[in-house]
Write a protein that binds this ligand. Structure first.
Ligand SMILES: [Zn+2]
Ligand SMILES: [Zn+2]
Length: 465
């Protein structure tokens, strides 16, 4: 049995790991590489193996860096099953179509600006066909993926529908249990349940390491900070501009703003969710109350979590543009999360130079993104070819991260290990993926001190398990 680390190996995006068991081949995730345009395009076009060798795909969650190349697989002729949780499948319905739309628009843009014709990686029709292959499964139910491989989803607590995957692999008389962490979330995140580490242990763990070298502030602390930023910016008469992933982070922010408003902790200023995708995603959230965290009072008490008097979902472009001519304090939440594309760019171009405004960073900003340059507080930002001086204040709330921090990952791994020890398994071999170099090195050293065998596989590296 073999694992090949094809994507998110020594980097954060492009999650894809290949399991080979007997004559069968299963992909864990098939995510889009993001970052510098030309470099990521090359990587996205290069499939790690011929399509007809892939027997099945198991998907951990709907984020584009995990699911975003599935339509490309289908466009290239993949006809097998893509296993996911039911909420992940429903989120993919909107997220893959959105990803296709962005790629079609990008290809048009490049062509209009005299660049050589570049086909989009896939089109909306491919995203739609991908859903035909997706099968939604409940949590905690074993299912047969292909000969010699069965799997089960456990709550990862990262976004709606997110899962860690337990895989039982059988080849002849040999048996291995592999646990794939997916993206591990955090205890106490709004709306969704806390991570539930798989029980029963593992021989091998493929574990994310995004924040393996640091700890976050608490979720509760982030909520208080959010209230403070809204209050202070409103008092200056400014806007709070929040680049946020349309799926997950946006709903958490709306939910927290709803709670803060009910508790009288923020002033009654308008809140605009300026993203058609976020609007659609919010409907998908509303369709999956079965995965909400029933220990939270707003979940239990409010019939409508995401709609309250201050909030407006803007869908069409005219409404979005009209926000620029509005006066007075407001909150604008718009995609994309790393400020690489989407409507947030217009709001940043118009608002970054106004010292009354605040740019509120609530998520991970990868290298080479506009979001990272905002975090670094570069004096001048380049947006749509314009030089925009950065005069707005920049506030960073890492308490909203949907990723476990170092302590969270150690806890999660420790729980899986303890579950195995109870059944007489040896300490699992941990392969760290989905992290930048510094975070991975630091976390690997920490885990070695904790007694694990640890490797940080290079892209394309194969290991026998
Ligand atoms: Zn994710
Ligand atoms: Zn991820």
């Amino acid at each position: 049995m073999q694992i090949e680390f094809s994507g998110a190996a020594q980097e954060v995006t492009g999650s894809c790991h290949i399991l080979r068991v007997g004559a069968r081949t299963v992909l864990l995730d098939c995510g889009l590489f993001q970052g510098r345009r030309s470099e990521s395009r090359e990587k996205n076009l290069r499939l790690p193996l011929p399509i007809d060798e892939i027997d099945a795909v198991v998907l951990s969650h709907a984020h584009i860096d995990h699911a975003g190349r599935l339509p490309y697989l289908v466009a290239q002729g993949y006809t097998g099953t893509i296993w996911a949780t039911s909420a992940t499948r429903d989120l993919c319905a909107i997220m893959l179509a959105d990803s296709a739309h962005i790629q079609e628009k990008d290809a048009d843009f490049l062509e209009r600006h005299g660049q050589p014709h570049a086909e989009p990686l896939y089109r909306i029709a491919d995203a739609t066909r991908t859903l035909d292959h997706m099968v939604g499964m409940p949590y905690h139910k074993w299912f047969d993926v292909t000969d010699g491989v069965r799997a089960m989803f456990c709550e990862a607590g990262h976004i709606l529908g997110s899962a860690s995957v337990v895989l039982d692999l059988r080849e002849g008389t040999a048996f291995r249990r592999v646990v794939f962490s997916g993206d591990v979330g955090r205890t106490g995140l709004p709306i969704i349940r806390d991570p539930q580490p798989p029980t029963g242990g593992a021989d091998v763990i493929i574990c994310e390491s995004t924040y393996g070298n640091r700890d976050h502030e608490s979720v509760a602390g982030a909520r208080d900070e959010l209230a403070r930023v809204v209050r202070e910016t409103a008092a200056r008469g400014g806007r709070v501009l929040i680049p946020a992933f349309a799926v997950g982070r946006t709903q958490e922010l709306v939910y927290d703003l709803h709670s803060l408003y009910r508790e009288g902790k923020i002033p009654a200023i308008p809140i605009f969710i300026d993203s058609p995708l976020a609007t659609d995603a919010t409907s998908v959230f509303a369709m999956h109350p079965e995965v909400f965290d029933q220990s939270e009072s707003l979940v239990r008490e409010s019939f409508s979590l995401f709609n309250f008097p201050l909030v407006t979902f803007t869908r069409d472009v005219q409404e979005s543009k009209a926000l620029n001519s509005r006066h007075g304090p407001m909150v604008i939440i718009a995609a994309s999360g790393m400020a690489e594309s989407g409507r947030i760019l217009h709001h940043l171009r118009d608002g970054a130079s106004d010292p009354r405004n605040t740019i509120l960073v609530v998520g991970f900003m990868a290298e080479h993104t506009l979001g990272r340059r905002i975090v670094e507080q570069r004096p001048v930002l380049r947006i749509f070819g314009d030089e925009v001086p950065l005069a707005a204040s920049v506030e960073i709330l890492n308490g909203y991260s949907a990723h476990a921090d170092r302590t969270g990952l150690q806890w999660w791994l420790g729980a899986v290990r303890a579950g195995g020890a109870a059944e007489g398994r040896t300490t699992p071999h941990v392969y760290l993926v989905h992290g930048e170099h510094k975070a991975q090195e630091a976390f690997a050293e920490q885990l070695q001190r904790d007694g694990y065998r640890v490797d940080v596989p290079a892209p394309g590296e194969r290991v026998t398990i």
